[in-house]
Design a binder for this molecule. Structure first.
Ligand SMILES: *Cc1c(COP(=O)(O)O)cnc(C)c1O
Length: 450
């Protein structure tokens, strides 16, 4: 098979290799990269995944995208190195299951993608003897997963900015206890101030000798690894190749895009339940065919999903034959009928999310956290609406111990911290305070990297 190229959803810049797509992130025309050909995996091979550990499934799926760019042996080792943790599948009741993607080092499903992206980047940088500085502004989960993924990765320096008052103690410690190649700056300001400084640094001519990248959620290197767990769960739980339903808690819709790619690659999925919190712009879009962002985004307890203009939407529209630009304007309508056949979209308000956490614990002794509970409640709505899946898998994206106040208040237990998070509590913190002052930020960057 020949090498896969990646095109931009805005179609105004040329298709590029995986390496270029990965190292640039967003295409020059501000579109998002997608593979020109979606590789196919035959059903008998998918069913045989049931006997493989997760890292081998990852290798079998991802080698189809890295062919000709990363040698197979290298990719095998990278997969083993990335996925050295469990991916539990639990039956909750009847045909309904839970997949816990929360056993990685930062107890968030973002570990799955961030770890792979970091290792792919290192591979390509080593090839060219290049170095890279990753700049990221964060208000929580993404920053810790990305910082952890790049920690101790050769040829890469990482700088994380976070708003001092908007990040919880636990989230902060996950970033400030890493040290080494990870520099953490606590900003006396808001998330938007951090974001603005990062953006300015990217285009500052005085910094043009420093090679920057952002590693944010639209990077193709984060999208592709998110299709692997759909194959993994399907193979382990499906009977005789019959189709499954997945329920996906969604914010920027990267997780869902991974699922849709898996379906296009051949995974037998009859429906994706796409569950958002009160930020319901995508369920509304599926219902009406019209898209409007929500500004500012609504604050909900599933805070990693408080997104009013999802960054992966242009990819969804493109996959169904339409065109949407980076601002959300649609210039060509997608095939809405086909989209509705594949996707059942629901918006779950906080009270229903809390009720799902309570009920799932009381009835089945299963502990959910707010994001996974949104997906679970979405699946329950699908069943109520008459869906009769032979196999349903709801995705849990964070560990309940990351939300101790909410969980304790609702079900009266304080979930034990997974070992990776417990260790963090005791380590010393390193963090440089700064004002929301670009001049100061620039001086730090010049001092460290110029
Ligand atoms: C980021 C995140 C989500 C949303 O995933 P998207 O790919 O942005 O839709 C859901 N749950 C948790 C815990 C997250 O960190």
């Amino acid at each position: 098979m020949s090498q896969t190229l990646y095109y931009s959803t805005n179609k105004r810049s040329p298709a590029v290799s995986l390496k270029d797509a990965l190292l640039t992130g967003q295409a020059p025309d501000k579109g998002l990269y997608l593979p020109e050909q979606i590789p196919q995996i035959p059903l008998d091979e998918i069913l045989a995944f049931k006997d493989l550990p997760y890292h081998q499934v990852a290798y079998a799926v991802l080698k189809r995208y890295t062919e000709g760019m990363i040698p197979d042996e290298k990719l095998k080792n990278i997969c083993r190195d990335c996925y050295d943790y469990e991916v539990p599948l639990e039956k909750v009741f009847g045909n309904n299951h839970l997949m816990r993607l929360d056993h990685g080092p930062t107890a968030s499903f973002k570990d799955f993608a961030a770890r792979m992206m970091a290792r792919w980047m290192r591979f390509f940088l080593e090839q060219d003897q290049n170095d890279l500085v990753i700049l990221t502004a964060t208000s929580g989960d993404t920053g810790s997963a990305v910082a952890h993924a790049f920690h101790n990765i050769d040829r890469i320096q990482m700088v994380v900015l976070f708003p001092i008052l908007e990040v919880s103690d636990r989230q902060r410690k996950q970033m400030t206890t890493l040290g080494g190649n990870v520099t953490v700056l606590s900003v006396d300001g808001k998330f938007d101030d951090c974001q603005a400084m990062v953006k300015q640094a990217f285009t500052d001519p005085d910094l043009k000798n420093i090679r920057f990248s952002s590693a944010n959620s639209i990077n193709i290197g984060r999208l592709l690894p998110q299709s692997v767990y759909y194959f993994y769960a399907y193979a382990r739980l499906a009977r005789e190749g019959r189709p499954a339903v997945f329920s996906v808690p969604s914010g920027n819709f990267g997780d869902m895009m991974g699922g849709l790619l898996a379906k296009r690659m051949g995974a037998p999925v009859e429906k994706f339940v796409i569950a958002t919190n009160a930020n319901d712009e995508v369920p509304k879009f599926l219902e009406t065919g019209r898209y409007g962002k929500i500004e500012p985004s609504r604050v909900c307890i599933s805070n990693a999903m408080n997104v009013g203009h999802p960054s992966n939407l242009a990819r969804l529209v493109d996959l169904y034959g339409g065109a949407m630009d980076e601002k959300g304007a649609i210039s060509k309508n997608p095939d809405m009928e086909r989209m509705r056949r594949d996707i059942f979209a629901v918006s779950i308000p906080d009270d229903e999310t809390r009720a799902a956490i309570k009920e799932t614990y009381e009835k089945y002794q299963t502990v959910l956290e707010p994001h996974g509970a949104v997906a679970w409640a979405g699946l329950m709505r699908y069943l109520t609406a008459g869906g009769k899946p032979e196999l349903a898998i709801s995705i849990e994206t964070a560990h309940p111990a990351k939300f101790p106040e909410e969980i304790t208040r609702l079900i009266g237990i304080d979930p034990a911290l997974p070992p990776s998070l417990a260790q963090v509590e005791k380590k010393p913190e390193q963090c440089q305070p700064m004002d929301k002052d670009y001049g100061q930020f620039k001086k730090i960057l010049l001092g460290k990297f110029a």
